[in-house]
Design a protein around this ligand. Structure first.
Ligand SMILES: NC(=O)c1ccc[n+]([C@@H]2O[C@H](COP(=O)([O-])OP(=O)(O)OC[C@H]3O[C@@H](n4cnc5c(N)ncnc54)[C@H](O)[C@@H]3O)[C@@H](O)[C@H]2O)c1
Length: 317
């Protein structure tokens, strides 16, 4: 395969590329990344001699077209995104630019060059659930709460419309919260580690009771590989296929923060409750049985993954 992987100097995309090169060394990979605050090109250092790296914007149609034509790209995997909910509350415009316009641009390049599009989305498009609601299924209504989630839902709609109207081949995956090395320092788990290492108060929204379903990052990238394989062998589809990906391992944010403090040997008294995020989603839960039917299941336990994550940040920070 000749893959264009966008956003692969960021958290999840970098793990995808490192693992893909290890498992499919004959494939050609071109990475396109704008190198925003969330990126670190050094994550790709171990494979830089095996891939082509292009710095640029997924919304730049001439650039994406040139990359696709020059490299005979047959598949685009779109990890590129503005991904931090808090930033989207302050200013949503970069989210519209990258997540919506950028994704639409990729869909048009796929149409014009007969390329398969794998769009990486999020469980946040469903909005939140109360404690007694069943996990969301792929046909459930999308009720995004934050500007970030709304931009991701809009991106999905552009992909879905491109399948119907242009006849492109595409699929979408919606994953729960990821954790692991390489995540931008301002996200929740790295923030807890960073403050705890300096013995500073660790900020926790409200009372830390909001629930998230955490998946170790390489379990996410493994699911993407399995879905991709299933889609390529199923190329006659005329509608977009959507897959939920989750570990079914919900935890309150406060539990996660305490587990990190325990690994670092720091007191729970460092936790400091701060004013809640506006529109803060209470709980996410999704039904990923369709993805599991493809033969995928998470392999890294929360405890094991958290130990590895903390160890990585301790060395880096
Ligand atoms: N992190 C999670 O917990 C999580 C969970 C579910 C889904 N997702 C989705 O997975 C994808 C990757 O998330 P992540 O956490 O790795 O994000 P990230 O913020 O760590 O990385 C995003 C990458 O995209 C690049 N980028 C941003 N704008 C760009 C543009 N216009 N053109 C090219 N590159 C651009 C950045 O430089 C960065 O390298 C996103 O689509 C996100 O919505 C993330």
């Amino acid at each position: 395969m000749n893959l264009l992987v966008t956003g692969a100097a960021g958290f999840i995309g970098s793990h995808f590329v490192l693992r893909h090169i290890e498992n499919f060394s004959d494939d050609k990979i071109v990475v396109l990344d704008k190198l925003t605050y969330a990126a670190d090109k050094r994550f790709l250092d171990p494979v830089l001699d095996k891939i082509k790296f292009v710095e640029g914007d997924i919304a730049d149609k001439n650039l994406v077209t040139e990359i696709v034509k020059e490299n005979g790209i047959d598949t685009i995997i779109n990890f590129a995104a503005e991904s931090h909910v808090d930033r989207s509350i302050s200013d949503a415009s970069p989210f519209i630019h990258t997540n919506v316009i950028g994704t639409q641009n990729l869909a048009e390049v796929c149409r014009d060059n007969d390329v398969f599009l794998f769009h990486i989305s999020t469980d946040e498009v469903y909005g939140d659930l109360s404690d007694d609601e069943p996990p969301k299924k792929i046909d459930d209504l999308l009720r995004p709460s934050s500007p970030y989630a709304a931009s991701k839902a809009a991106a999905e709609m552009m992909v879905s419309a491109a399948v119907r109207t242009y006849g492109i081949k595409a699929c979408i995956s919606r994953c729960t919260n990821n954790f692991g090395p390489h995540q931008a320092e301002e996200k929740f788990i790295p923030t807890v580690i960073r403050h705890a290492l300096k013995d500073e108060p660790v900020p926790i929204y409200a009372e830390g009771k909001n629930k998230r379903d955490w998946l170790y990052v390489t379990d996410h990238t493994d699911a993407i590989e399995i879905i991709l394989k299933s889609q390529l062998s199923n190329s006659s589809e005329s509608s977009v296929n959507i897959f939920n990906i989750s570990a079914d391992d919900e935890k309150e944010n406060i539990e996660v923060a305490k587990a990190i403090l325990d690994i670092l040997g720091k007191p729970h008294s460092l936790l400091e409750f701060v004013e809640d995020r506006p529109g803060h989603d209470w709980r996410y839960a999704i039904d990923s049985s369709e993805t599991k039917k493809l033969g995928w299941s998470p392999r890294v336990s929360f405890e094991e993954g958290l130990e590895d994550t903390v160890e990585w940040y301790v060395k880096r920070l």
